[in-house]
Design a protein around this ligand. Structure first.
Ligand code: RIB
Length: 305
């Protein structure tokens, strides 16, 4: 990989509490689960760690609690090689946690208690303006206040920075935000929520992508789970299938994909090659349990493909 431009991820960090189960419980039902694990997660942190493991130069802007989970997360970020000057430990709020269940097919349900993530404010972003100004790509999700995401989009979107938004979990976005985004990367459920279009084939994917393009987004990538992704970009439009994988846990496959896109683009790949690279990284991630524990390193992706 050649040039290496800088990625700044502004997003959440959680500690994931994961229980493996045969099937998901229905409301009112108690089920006995299997294995229980406590592992690092959060969409922002997962995407930052994917990007750094896959060769990116990455800084994270996040908010943790001043508690054991916060201390462990910060230590983990340093160990992974992230620039942590934008990571703050809130004095009052607890670190974010996520309660995750993973069924026998590797599908998951996730419930997040945001804690300090909800206090990742415009003020914190402004305090680290130098970091954001040094970025080539700014990567965001929606597990932090929408007001903060909107502030970044308004301030940096038309300022030469390439903003990539993963609209997860899905919220309706102010119309004017779209025009300042370089790329949007939703999954099928998020696409349906935002566009009203169920992506079931290439025609519906083109139709959904047009919804975002008409609002001013240059590049649209719709992730399709095990089927790979649909890319709609100036250089290439079409489906890019994922390699087959023996899936045990799909948690953070999307985060791995998005971090890989950022790392790939920053190393000089065009969008098509970056999506192919991201499909490979995400396929490896589903073969292991957990979020960050499943994200591959660049050498593993290169070895397998
Ligand atoms: O995308 C997976 C992540 O969603 C988990 O790590 C969990 O913390 C939630 O943020």
């Amino acid at each position: 990989m050649g040039q290496n431009r800088k990625i700044v991820v502004v997003g959440s960090s959680n500690t994931d509490m994961i229980i493996q189960i045969d099937r998901f419980p229905v409301p009112g039902e108690t089920l006995l689960g299997k294995d229980f694990r406590v592992l690092p997660g959060g969409k922002g942190a997962n995407q930052a760690i994917a990007a750094v493991r896959l060769g990116g130069d990455v800084a994270l802007v996040a908010r943790l609690g001043s508690d054991l989970f916060g201390d462990q997360s910060l230590e983990n970020f340093r160990k992974e090689g992230l620039d942590v000057q934008g990571v703050v430990q809130d004095k009052l709020l607890p670190s974010g946690v996520a309660q995750i269940t993973v069924d026998a097919a590797g599908e998951n349900t996730i419930l997040v208690a945001s804690g300090a993530n909800n206090a990742l404010s415009t003020a914190q972003v402004s305090e680290h303006a130098g970091l954001l100004e040094s970025a080539d790509f700014i990567l965001m999700q929606l597990e932090i206040p929408l007001e903060t995401v909107r502030f970044i989009v308004e301030k940096y979107g038309n300022n030469g920075k390439k903003l990539i938004l993963n609209p997860a979990p899905a919220f309706h976005l102010p119309e004017e935000m779209y025009a300042a985004l370089h790329a949007i990367i939703p999954n099928q459920a998020e696409t349906r929520f935002l566009t009203g279009i169920g992506v079931t084939n290439e025609d519906t994917a083109v139709h959904a992508a047009a919804f975002f393009h008409e609002k001013g987004v240059e590049v649209v990538v719709i992730t399709l789970g095990a089927a790979g992704a649909f890319l709609s970009s100036p250089g290439f439009t079409g489906s890019l299938p994922a390699p087959e994988a023996n899936a045990v846990d799909s948690t953070a496959a999307g985060d791995t994909f998005i971090g890989a896109i950022a790392a790939g683009r920053c190393s000089g790949m065009d969008w098509k090659d970056a999506v192919i690279f991201a499909n490979r990284a995400a396929a490896l991630s589903v073969t292991k349990y957990g979020a960050q524990s499943s994200i591959p390193f660049l050498a593993e992706v290169q070895k397998h493909f």
